[in-house]
Design a protein around this ligand. Structure first.
Ligand code: AMP
Ligand code: FE
Ligand code: FE
Ligand code: ZN
Length: 290
């Protein structure tokens, strides 16, 4: 059987409710699904209830964006490092406090983005963004969505390409956790830290990736997403062997965002994704080992 260990709901930048994410996972015949919204845990309770109704296991998770200049000095000129934490504790505690902090950082960043867009002649108000995003974790995809609604761009991908993405004129960075802090918060909250979609790091080559993975493993990282919607089957096999060599466990998921990332489906990604049960069991066995 299969699982999906990376999905988003409308609590962050997905389009579906947490219950709908779980229902789609059950419909796809999955044994387990992880809800991993960006910087926020408030969808987990609803997802847990839905999982009981649909007789599927819910792995409570979260996805964090990291500042990785401590391990690769020119990280900011490269891509983004994201960490998925599985089996996160959603009770109040240090992780929750830190997430609230990060969401405040998002708010400030979002205001700056709207100012930049206004200078570029694009009129998007915070009210419109919030009307789309709700009161969860508000981000660039919501701003992009309003730009599409208003006819400034044909789709969300174009909004990122022309305005909001790294290096584009309205790109503004935001507060992120350091790697060491993220790993220790994850571990302290009972979670299992997994490096998400390594291709977004935009490293030079696989030897650089392998060295980095080895280093992250020494800092306490447990797993790496070898399987992801944006990764071809051949690439999954290469990453799987690399994970074995460096002592990280394989993980994977669709990174489902609903209408915010059209064409990506729960469980199967772009069609050929299959994340085996054994990945889940391997990661689960690391929960108690702190
Ligand atoms: P934020 O967390 O607000 O900085 O926004 C980052 C999120 O935007 C990512 O988690 C993705 O969901 C989404 N995103 C990033 N780049 C793109 C892109 N090129 N096209 C569509 N969505 C993107
Ligand atoms: Fe996202
Ligand atoms: Fe991500
Ligand atoms: Zn994601």
């Amino acid at each position: 059987m299969a699982v999906d260990l990376h999905t988003h709901s409308h609590v962050s930048d997905g389009s579906e409710t947490p219950s709908e994410v779980v229902r789609l996972a059950a419909n796809a015949g999955l044994r387990a699904v992880a809800l991993t919204d960006h910087d926020i845990l408030s969808g987990l309770e609803e997802a847990r209830e839905a999982a009981e109704r649909h007789d599927i296991e819910l792995v409570p998770g979260v996805e964090l964006s990291l500042d990785w200049t401590s391990v690769v000095p020119d990280a900011d000129r490269r891509g983004g490092m994201h960490m998925v934490v599985l089996w996160v504790d959603d009770e109040p505690g240090p992780l929750q406090d830190r997430l609230a902090d990060l969401r405040r950082g998002r708010e400030e960043r979002n205001h700056t983005i709207l100012e930049r867009l206004a200078q570029l002649g694009i009129d998007v108000s915070m009210e419109e963004v919030l009307a789309r995003a709700g009161d969860g974790s508000v981000g660039r995809p919501h701003i992009a969505g309003v730009m599409v609604d208003r006819g400034y761009v044909p789709d969300i991908a174009t909004a990122f390409e022309l305005y909001l993405g790294h290096g584009a004129p309205a790109y503004v960075s935001r507060k992120r956790l350091g790697i060491e802090e993220a790993i220790s918060l994850a571990r302290a909250s009972g979670g299992v830290p997994v490096l998400a979609h390594p291709h977004t790091l935009e490293l030079d080559d696989d030897s650089q990736l392998e060295d980095l993975l080895r280093h992250l493993r020494s800092l306490g990282l447990v797993g790496v997403e070898t399987h992801h919607s944006a990764t071809e089957p051949d690439r999954r096999r290469i990453l799987r062997r690399m994970a074995d060599r460096v002592g990280l466990l394989p993980s994977g998921g669709s990174d489902f965002h609903g209408a915010y990332k059209p064409g990506i489906h729960i469980g199967v990604g772009c069609g050929d994704l299959h994340v085996p049960d054994e990945f889940l069991e391997g990661l689960r066995a690391q929960r108690a080992v702190v």
